[in-house]
Design a protein around this ligand. Sequence first.
Ligand code: NAP
Length: 258
Amino acid sequence: MSPTVLITGASSGIGATYADRFARRGHDLVLVARDGARMEVLAARLRAETGVAIDILPADLTHEADIARVAARLRDDSGIGILVNNAGAALSGGIADQTGAAIARLIALNTTSLALLAQAAGARFAAEGRGSIINIASVVGLIPEFAATIYGSTKAFAIFLSQGLAFELGPKGVYVQAVLPAATRTEIWERAGADLATLPPMMDVNDLVDAALAGFDAREPITIPALTDAALWDAYQAARQAMLPSFGNTEPAARYRG
Ligand code: NAP
């Protein structure tokens, strides 16, 4: 039997598209976001079109108690075998324009909830020797030059989290995928206060999710739908790994010694 899929940020955009695709593949769903009424509309359509069972779990993933409720569902519901950690937001402006409160909210949503939900699902999946975690990161997590410093930092966290979890949980039978979308047409831009007239051309959300699912089916650790030459990512990882032996040195490198 197909495992149930819990999707965060399922009320719109990438998350709603994952819901559509997994329902068409015959998976029951648990949908998580703040807007319960909107998820109900999506669920009613998908139930009618596909016949799968869909639960709605309204939650604000910037709130500790709500994160704990969703984490408990992931721990206790052994029918859930796939977590799509997708809920997220962006923040307009540069660091000097942003408030501490907005930065703290973004970090709670884009990193804290991601880690706690991955931990809850990952621990059970590892004990069962199966299960998958999909973390929606962003190419911005690779681009400090984009000047979206806080958002990019949260997405770099999502990439590292995925790589670390894959290393820890992969040998226990858990598959972890990081998906790095580039600019994709969703509500995230309006929500962050962007001027829609000035936005560049973007990838269609259906194409993005279908590509991400092709990567999922191939069990890729990292899926970057917009990246033409996949060998560039491999070279980037090889450069990082080539540094690792030096990190065991007990003496500073020669250039730091007088
Ligand atoms: P979106 O259409 O704005 O969707 C964001 C989803 O997250 C919505 O379902 C929203 O639902 C939910 N959400 C927002 N705040 C929440 C909160 N406090 N608690 C629970 N759920 C919350 O944007 P999207 O583009 O699909 O974004 C999905 C993911 O893709 C994000 O992690 C984003 O960073 C990533 N991404 C997007 C792009 C892009 O260009 N679109 C590029 C790279 C990465 P409610 O409002 O109902 O809570």
